[in-house]
Design a binder for this molecule. Structure first.
Ligand code: CA
Length: 229
């Protein structure tokens, strides 16, 4: 995930940053509301962790502006210092998706962010993923390599969406199997077979495919040539 943390408390900000980055996320940090607002509108994030008490613009105003003026629907997880119903209701009124009361467990932040992001992925239908010569329209499920249409099975499309949504991120085999087959254990070489088909389908005119095997770990979609990472 690409996550923006907007939090002025240095200890909390640093802990969140280190934890989320250590878990393979790409993380940006803003220590005041103005910088946070600027980053939130000028860049694309999968989710935002937003503290309410901030210098510059406070969290509630920032959240409201992001929704109403900038028209961003990025999931927002609010951090509140007080476990007070009014604070939570105000956060939801401003368009926040979820909240956590400080102090919180870092693992819970990550779990909530993941839930928000996957809920949104199900909602976003007109999303076009582009990397180098590969285009994937996740609404029509059309995939093209160098402008040439490519036909993929459902499972391969699912794999491609996961991989392209997080370029360069290494997915473990277990993670991918869980996403594709849930708790029914696939045959031992099913994932490899699908990856083989996907890799072959995505090979461009120069014989290059972006799907890379990370030995002993899993797979990743390698973004080259200035594609978004
Ligand atoms: Ca604060």
């Amino acid at each position: 995930m690409r996550v923006l943390i907007i939090e002025d408390d240095l200890d909390i900000a640093t802990n969140l940053y280190d934890f989320l980055e250590g878990r393979g996320n790409v993380v940006d940090l803003a220590r005041d509301g103005v910088t946070g607002m600027h980053l939130a509108v000028s860049d694309e994030f999968d989710a935002i962790v937003l503290d309410l008490g901030l210098p510059g613009i406070d969290g509630l105003s920032l959240c409201g502006k992001l929704r109403r003026e900038a028209r961003r629907d990025v999931p927002i997880l609010v951090l509140t210092a007080r476990d007070v119903l009014d604070d939570k209701l105000a956060a939801f009124d401003c368009g926040a998706d979820d909240y956590l009361v400080k102090p919180f467990a870092l693992r819970e932040v990550e779990a909530r962010l993941k839930a928000l992001v996957s809920r949104r992925r199900g909602r976003v239908v007109d999303r076009k993923l582009v990397a180098g010569v590969i285009e994937f329209d996740t609404a029509s499920l059309a995939v093209a390599v160098d402008g040439r249409p490519v036909h993929l099975s459902r499972k391969c499309l699912h794999l491609l969406e996961m991989l392209m949504s997080a370029p360069n991120r290494v997915y473990s085999r277990a993670e991918l199997e869980q996403a594709l087959w849930g708790d029914e254990h696939p045959q031992s070489d099913s994932l490899r077979s699908h990856m083989h088909l996907l890799r072959r389908a995505l090979t461009d005119g120069r014989g290059h495919s972006p799907i890379e095997t990370v030995h002993g770990v899993g797979y990743r979609f390698a973004a080259h040539d200035g594609s978004p990472a």
